[in-house]
Write a protein that binds this ligand. Structure first.
Ligand code: SF4
Ligand code: SF4
Length: 64
C-alpha cells in the first residue's frame, strides 16, 4: 500500500516533500506525486503518515 496526492486539491505548497521519510514525494511536471514504490506509509518511522499530517488541505494525501 501507498499514499497518493489528489492533484486537483494540492496547492503545491511543498510541505509534504520535506517531511517524507522515504523521499517518495517529488515535484514532477507541474504536480506533486508520491512514488508508490517508495512510499512506506511511514511505517516504522512515524505513527502517522507525515504527508497527510502536514498537508494544509484535508483529504489531499490519502491511501491509494
Ligand atoms: S505516507 Fe509517509 S512514506 Fe508515504 S508518501 Fe506520505 S510521508 Fe512519504
Ligand atoms: S502538503 Fe498537501 S498541498 Fe502541500 S504539496 Fe503536499 S499534497 Fe500538496
Amino acid at each position: 500500500m501507498a499514499f497518493k496526492i489528489i492533484a486537483s486539491q494540492c496547492t503545491q505548497c511543498g510541505a509534504c516533500e520535506f517531511e517524507c521519510p522515504s523521499s517518495a514525494i517529488k515535484f514532477k511536471g507541474e504536480i506533486y506525486v508520491i512514488d508508490p514504490k517508495k512510499c512506506t506509509e511511514c511505517k516504522e518511522a512515524f505513527d502517522t503518515q507525515q504527508c497527510a499530517s502536514v498537508c494544509p488541505v484535508p483529504g489531499t494525501c490519502i491511501p491509494a
